[in-house]
Structure formats: structure tokens, C-alpha cells
Design a protein. Structure first.
Length: 685
């Protein structure tokens, strides 16, 4: 019955024109059913964002946003493909309150996307794979599966991990997926986040080569829709009209490559020549200036020289394209090198902006980004030419793939950012097992950078770049380091993890605190370290909070232990005053140590005290009853009463008046009994 129900749910859920609507309603109104039907999706519900540092909301929310956009394209419902009101507000922010349009895909671009979907709809197998890709694309972030296959996956590339999980766990077959659809689904999951990495400069355009090697035109279009829509779903307007045009130009180019009309290398030849000419033009300007009669803009745009060969222009252009990846890593996607070159030769910013003919960002945004890119460019020039050449060589082609750098670059100063990349690039040369790209994993650093940015910038500023460059063996210290910038190599998967461990090492301090059993020592250790943290010139508020929580936790554990020890001591005592002294001593000690016992601890201590007094009362009552029963002489009874009364008087505050009354009645009854027995004996005699 369960399998029958699940099969029906699956068939309904993956209906192309309603799959988002159905999943969204089930998630909000019947999560138990969606957990039954799509457990892999629900496994991501409480997953953190460590594998996707660029997300600002839960993974499930992004999956739903992506699915909504795809369903809208399938239905031809353009109103739900983009949030027009949000995009209009963004346009007003960029271009002023009188702006009438939007920032996002224009009408012709959405028509292209819809035409792609219409072609995919004619292939039911490919459409099925595309729909399921939008549900399972983040499978690679599933914690249990990452742990299960930790020795087989590239820790940085969650998309490839997801493709492996799909195969190894046989997930496709659970959802009635045929072999052809499964192959397409694995392909789409494997490359679904390529476009985001490309836009951010983390992947080179040459990383398309392996995607194209596995593609037909139809399969590539499914990949294009998948990656484009999932990237645009991160936030409305994150792919502007200008960026959309560039991406669609790359799609057209890739179709030509698949058809064998051109190679990937040759397709960028003209672009490299253009960038190379600008590079040589800028060099000539720095050496000779501009000839009379030529405007700065004309000088840059029309520069040509017979002294340079075409291959020289191409090599220079590749270097410039590599440098532009650094701008993108800083999220400066609106700026190209020719913009910087024009600014340097004193072309007005407004003129540069107008010539770009942009629709996705205003002049103010462009000017801010342009000057920031210029600062990065100048910072690069401050390094020796040999270092610059090495870094650009590593960034050109598909030698380096980067993960998690977006959230890092914005927190580092320009020199620090370049030094960090240089160290990573030098470390990447240690990964030599396979002729594949090296994957640089910054995801761990990205999670801590916001609080540790001051410490990380300081650590990078202290690094002697020239020493490392001249003596590569010094790089070993980063692989062995326990604090500061650290490198860790996974040779099997060609992953280099770049991280930062604070010298404060708060985990070690907390671990040491957990070993302390004396309250005075604990308080001294806590106070010393809090003073140390507050004197540290970097941000330590989060460390202080962690230390405070650890201190309170350990203090509670020690006071619990004190109460446990008090119980053991009380169990061995038979005297009210000794118990009272022990109880009072514990209370006074907590006060003298400024320990605020919790309500639970106070109740527990009071209960121990009262229960022990009750035990002694019961024992004393039993003892007196036994003594009374053994006495048959009124004088002995009176002697016992005198002793007992003294005891009762001395311990009245513990025993209470009621206990005294009970004991007195026992003596009265015993005296009456002895007298009655005496009278009977006398009468018989």
C-alpha cells in the first residue's frame, strides 16, 4: 500500500506544469506527506549553508524559488517568472525614480528561454530529467550522504557530489526514472551551478569544455536553462539584462562548438586580440602619452601597432581575461579591463558608461565599481612582474576552480586578497596526481570571515611575499601550521583547502575549562581569558560569548558535583546539627564564591536537607519506641524521658513541636501501661 501510494504521489508531483505548485502546497500544509514521497528533498530542510555560501535563505527556499521560475516558463506564465515589482524598484534605485523599466531579463530574452523550453518539452525524457534536476540538484549537500561518501567526493564541489549520490544510492530508480532520463539527470545535477561559478569568476569559461564533451545541443540547452534559472532564483535581478545577453551569446557559441563549426579555443581568439590591443595601448600611454589630435577614447579603441604580432596580442589578452577573473571574485561583474584603461587615460566616467550601453546598472554603481577595480589593478601592479605573470597564468585556462571566495573577497583589503590567492595558487602546484583542474576550497574560511576579517587581514599583511616567492619551501609552514593561514591538500581529488585558524584557539580554551573542578580556579581562568580577549585588537565578541557559555556550563556542572558530594556526606551523618552545618556551609560557600545556584539546584539541595532530617526523625522515633518497649519499670521510664526531653529540647528547631507531642504521648501511654500492670500485680498479691 505504501509503495502504491508513493508511486501515485511521485507521478503527480513531477507533472511538469504543476510540480512547483504541488510541492509548495505539500511543504506548507502536509510536510509529513512530502517527507514520505520525497525524503531526499526533506533531508535538506535543516541543512546549513556551508556548502552554498552565496545563499542568504534556507536551501529549501531556493529550491522552491527555482522550481517556481521553471514552472512559469513551462506554463508560459511570464508574470511568475520574474517579480516585476521588485525588478522595477531595483531599476528606480539604479536609474532614478522616473525609471519605467525593470532590471532583469528583457522580453526578447524571456522569449528565447521559452523557446528553449518548448523544444525540451518535445523530448519527454529530457523534460523529466530537467524537472527532477530542480528537485534534487542540491542532493550533494545532504549531511548523511556526505559523511557516508566522504572519502569518495570532492569536498568543495557539491554538484559533483550530488551526481555521485544519485548514482550510488540508486535515487533515480526510486522515482521511476528510465536509463536515458537518469543519465541526463546526473549530467544536469553535475553541472547545475556552473553559471554561478562562471559569473563570480570562480570558474573559467574553459571549464565548459567537459560540459560540451558530454553534450548534444538539446542536452546543453537543458543544462543552460537549469543553471541560468537556478542562478537567477538566488535573488531577483541578480542576472541583469546585460549579463543575460552575455550568457546567451555563450550559449550560441557552444551550439556552434557542438556542431563542430568552431573550437572553444578559437572562439575567443578575437576577444583576446581586442583585450591584448588595449593592454599594449595602455602600456604605450604610460611610456609616451597620447599623440596630438587623438582623443583618449579614440586612442584606446583604435590602437594598432605593427610591432606586435597577433600571437602577442592573444597572449596579452589571455592575461587580461585572467585579471578580470579577480575583479569578478570581488563581485565586480560590471567592470572590464578596457573600462579601467579608459579611466587611466582620462576618459570621463560618464562617457565610458554611456559607450557600454548598459541596462542593468546605473552610472553611480558603475563608477563605484570602476574605481574599486582600479584599486585592485594598482594593487596587482605593486607585486613583482614574475608574481603577476604566475598568478595570471594560473587563472587563465581551466587550471584553477575556486569555491566560496565570494564572501571572502569583500572582507579583505586588496593586497591581502591578492596574497591569499597567491598562497593558494602556489599551494595548488603541490596537487600533481592527475591532469585536472585544482579545486581551491575557501568554504570553511567563508563561514568565519565576517568575525575574523581583522585577524585574517593582519595575518596576510605580515606575510613576506618575496621570501615565499624566492624560497618555495617556506610554503611548507602553511601546510603544517596550526594557526593563521592554513593549507590542506587532498591529492586524490585535487582539492586544496585554504582556511584560517585564530591563534586565540577558543576551542582549546573551552576544552581546558572543562577539565577544571575547582570553582576558584575556574573563575580565575575565566576572568584571565576574558581580559585577554577584550585586550585583543580584533573582534572577539563571539569568542567572549562562547567562553561565557562554557564557563556557566562548567560552573553548573561543578555545583551539581558539590550537591552530589553533599548528599554523600549527609548520608553518613546522624546528627541534626552536623547536617545543618553542612547545609549552611554549602549555602555560605556559594554566596562567598558569588555562585548563583539555579532554582533547580536550590530545590534539589533543600530536598536533600529535608529528606535527611525526615530520615533522622524516623530513625529517632523508631529508636525511642524500641527503648520504651523494653522498659517495665516506671523509674527507668522516667529516666529515659528526662534524657529524651533534653534531646527534644536541644533539637526542637529541627524536630518541631509536633514531633515532641508524638514522643510525649508515647511516654504517657507507656507509663499508663506500666501503672496498670503494677495495679494488677498488687491486686493479685
Amino acid at each position: 500500500i505504501r509503495e502504491y501510494l508513493k508511486s501515485n504521489f511521485i507521478n503527480a508531483i513531477f507533472a511538469p506544469e504543476d510540480f512547483y505548485t504541488d510541492i509548495e502546497m505539500l511543504l506548507h500544509h502536509s510536510p509529513s506527506l512530502i517527507r514520505f514521497a520525497l525524503p531526499e528533498l526533506m533531508a535538506l530542510q535543516k541543512t546549513g549553508l556551508s556548502g552554498k555560501a552565496y545563499l542568504k535563505s534556507p536551501i529549501i527556499d531556493h529550491i522552491l524559488a527555482s522550481a517556481r521560475k521553471l514552472q512559469a516558463l513551462i506554463r508560459g506564465d511570464l508574470e511568475n517568472f520574474q517579480d516585476v515589482q521588485t525588478l522595477h524598484r531595483l531599476a528606480q534605485r539604479e536609474f532614478g525614480p522616473m525609471a519605467a523599466g525593470i532590471i532583469g531579463f528583457n522580453d526578447s530574452q524571456t522569449e528565447v528561454l521559452m523557446s528553449i523550453i518548448e523544444r525540451i518539452k518535445k523530448d519527454p525524457v529530457l523534460l523529466e530529467a530537467l524537472i527532477k534536476d530542480f528537485i534534487f540538484h542540491d542532493l550533494g549537500l545532504t549531511p548523511s550522504l556526505r559523511e557516508k561518501y566522504k572519502d569518495e567526493i570532492n569536498s568543495a564541489d557539491q554538484s559533483r557530489a550530488g551526481a555521485l549520490f544519485m548514482i550510488r544510492e540508486g535515487i533515480a530508480s526510486r522515482y521511476v526514472t528510465g536509463t536515458d532520463a537518469e543519465n541526463a539527470l546526473v549530467y544536469l545535477i553535475k553541472y547545475h551551478d556552473w553559471m554561478l561559478h562562471f559569473i563570480r569568476g570562480e570558474h573559467s569559461v574553459y571549464s565548459l569544455r567537459e560540459i560540451l564533451d558530454e553534450s548534444t545541443e538539446e542536452l546543453f540547452d537543458a543544462f543552460f536553462i537549469s543553471s541560468l534559472v537556478m542562478t537567477s532564483a538566488l535573488s531577483e535581478g541578480c542576472i541583469s539584462e546585460d549579463m543575460g545577453a552575455r550568457l546567451m551569446a555563450i550559449r550560441d557559441l557552444c551550439h556552434r562548438i557542438i556542431r563542430g563549426e568552431i573550437t572553444l579555443e578559437d572562439s575567443f581568439k578575437g576577444l583576446y586580440i581586442q583585450k591584448g590591443r588595449i593592454s599594449f595601448a595602455l602600456k604605450e600611454y604610460m611610456e609616451k602619452g597620447i599623440k596630438d589630435g587623438t582623443t583618449p577614447s579614440e586612442f584606446i579603441e583604435t590602437f594598432d601597432s605593427n610591432q606586435f604580432r597577433e600571437d602577442q596580442y592573444i597572449e596579452a589578452g589571455k592575461t587580461i581575461a585572467a585579471m578580470e577573473r579577480i575583479f569578478k571574485l570581488r563581485n565586480l561583474t560590471n567592470v572590464e579591463f578596457d573600462d579601467i584603461a579608459k579611466l587611466i587615460v582620462k576618459v570621463p566616467v560618464q562617457f565610458i558608461y554611456k559607450k557600454k550601453n548598459c541596462y542593468g546598472f546605473g552610472c553611480n554603481t558603475f563608477e563605484k565599481d570602476l574605481y574599486e577595480a582600479l584599486q585592485i589593478y594598482n594593487a596587482i601592479l605593486d607585486f613583482p612582474e614574475s608574481i603577476r605573470s604566475f598568478m595570471m597564468e594560473r587563472l587563465s585556462g581551466d587550471k584553477i576552480r575556486i569555491y566560496g571566495f565570494e564572501n571572502i573577497g569583500i572582507h579583505l583589503n586588496n593586497r591581502g586578497m591578492i596574497i591569499l590567492l597567491l598562497i593558494a595558487f602556489l599551494g595548488s602546484q603541490r596537487c600533481t596526481e592527475k591532469p585536472l583542474p585544482v579545486h581551491l576550497d575557501f568554504l570553511g574560511m567563508a563561514e568565519i570571515i565576517e568575525n575574523r576579517k581583522e585577524a585574517i587581514n593582519d595575518a596576510l599583511d605580515k606575510i613576506a611575499v618575496k621570501d615565499i616567492w624566492d624560497n618555495r619551501s617556506i610554503l611548507d609552514k602553511f601546510f603544517k601550521a596550526r594557526t593563521g593561514i592554513t593549507l590542506k591538500k587532498d591529492e586524490k581529488h585535487r582539492v586544496l583547502t585554504v582556511d584560517f585558524t585564530d591563534s586565540i584557539d577558543i576551542r582549546q580554551k573551552i576544552s581546558q575549562m572543562d577539565k577544571i573542578n575547582d570553582i576558584d580556579q575556574l573563575k580565575a581562568y575565566y576572568s584571565y581569558n576574558m581580559v585577554y580577549l577584550k585586550k585583543t585588537p580584533f573582534f572577539t565578541v563571539d569568542y567572549e560569548k562562547l567562553l561565557e557559555n562554557a564557563f556557566n556550563k562548567r560552573l553548573t556542572e561543578i555545583t551539581d558535583l558539590m550537591i552530589d558530594n553533599a548528599k554523600i556526606q549527609m548520608d553518613g551523618l546522624k546528627n541534626f546539627r552536623e547536617i545543618d552545618h553542612l547545609y549552611a556551609d554549602l549555602i555560605n560557600r556559594s554566596l562567598s564564591l558569588s555562585i548563583n545556584l539555579s532554582e533547580d539546584q536550590k530545590h534539589r539541595l533543600d530536598d536533600l536537607y529535608e529528606l535527611k532530617k525526615d530520615d533522622i526523625r524516623k530513625e529517632k522515633l523508631s529508636e525511642i519506641n524500641g527503648q520504651i518497649e523494653r522498659i517495665h519499670d516506671i523509674r527507668e521510664l522516667r529516666d529515659l524521658w528526662e534524657k529524651t526531653r533534653t534531646y527534644l529540647t536541644n533539637n526542637r528547631q529541627f524536630l518541631g513541636k509536633e514531633f515532641e507531642t508524638i514522643i510525649a504521648k508515647r511516654f504517657d501511654n507507656a507509663a499508663k501501661k506500666i501503672k496498670d500492670m503494677s495495679f494488677q500485680v498488687h491486686f493479685i498479691t
